[in-house]
Design a protein around this ligand. Structure first.
Ligand SMILES: [Zn+2]
Length: 218
């Protein structure tokens, strides 16, 4: 999934307003961050095929270190523990753990069967939502829209930046997502890894910025 993970961050901010939106979005996307790093480092592998939409052009045959259930639980526990050691806030740590592990469930819904329970296992799960663009627009798009509305209602912009920088980036993310599910493949796996890493970093930076510009409504 793509904007579905951002939606988890926006919704979790409502559940636990003490956590920064940036930390929540980072948690919900942690598997994809690790995937981009592992891809670049040659630890994980994806094959590109001709076709339109990531569900058709990306053959993610070796992504178990970033995208298996067991490893997501491990990454979630490490992420939550790092937060807990700094802030000593158990509820925040639990919400972050759930946000990290939610990535696996959402990707099982979106991916073709390429999601495993643990590295080295050979049963793969995936409902393949992304193979249908109309279904993706309805299910993932609907989830994204709902999360945006609930987040916008739960927060109040401090100034104009909190309005324009929020809504313009939301529109931009929606376009990038649409291109991801319908567009052509990237020129190479290396380009996919590097551009994903830059994109994810910018999204997390924006989420930290929005957290300051749009405080929770009292
Ligand atoms: Zn993913």
């Amino acid at each position: 999934m793509h904007v579905g993970h951002f939606a988890v961050g926006l919704l979790a901010k409502r559940v636990e307003p003490k956590l920064s939106l940036g930390t929540l979005v980072l948690a919900a996307m942690l598997s994809d961050f690790l995937w981009a790093i592992f891809l670049f480092a040659g630890i994980e592998h994806v094959r590109l095929k001709p076709g339109r939409g990531a569900a058709n052009y990306a053959d993610a045959y070796d992504i178990a270190f970033s995208h298996s259930l067991l490893m997501d639980v491990v990454w979630g526990a490490l992420f939550a523990a790092a937060y807990f050691l700094r802030r000593r806030y158990p509820r925040g740590a639990l919400v972050l753990f759930i946000a990290v592990v939610s990535h696996w469930l959402l990707d099982v819904v979106a991916h073709r069967p390429d999601m495993s329970l643990a590295p080295g296992t050979d049963r793969f799960f995936g409902l393949g939502l992304w193979t249908s663009i109309p279904a993706t627009l309805i299910v993932e798009g609907g989830f994204w829209l709902l999360a945006i509305i609930l987040y916008a209602r739960a927060t109040r912009p401090k100034n104009r930046w909190g309005v324009y920088a929020f809504w313009s980036v939301v529109a931009l993310l929606t376009l990038v997502w649409y291109n991801n599910i319908t567009g052509p493949p990237p020129p190479s796996v290396r380009v996919a890894g590097i551009s994903s890493l830059i994109y994810f970093s910018l999204v997390v930076a924006w989420a930290y910025w929005m957290n300051r510009l749009r405080p929770a409504q009292a």
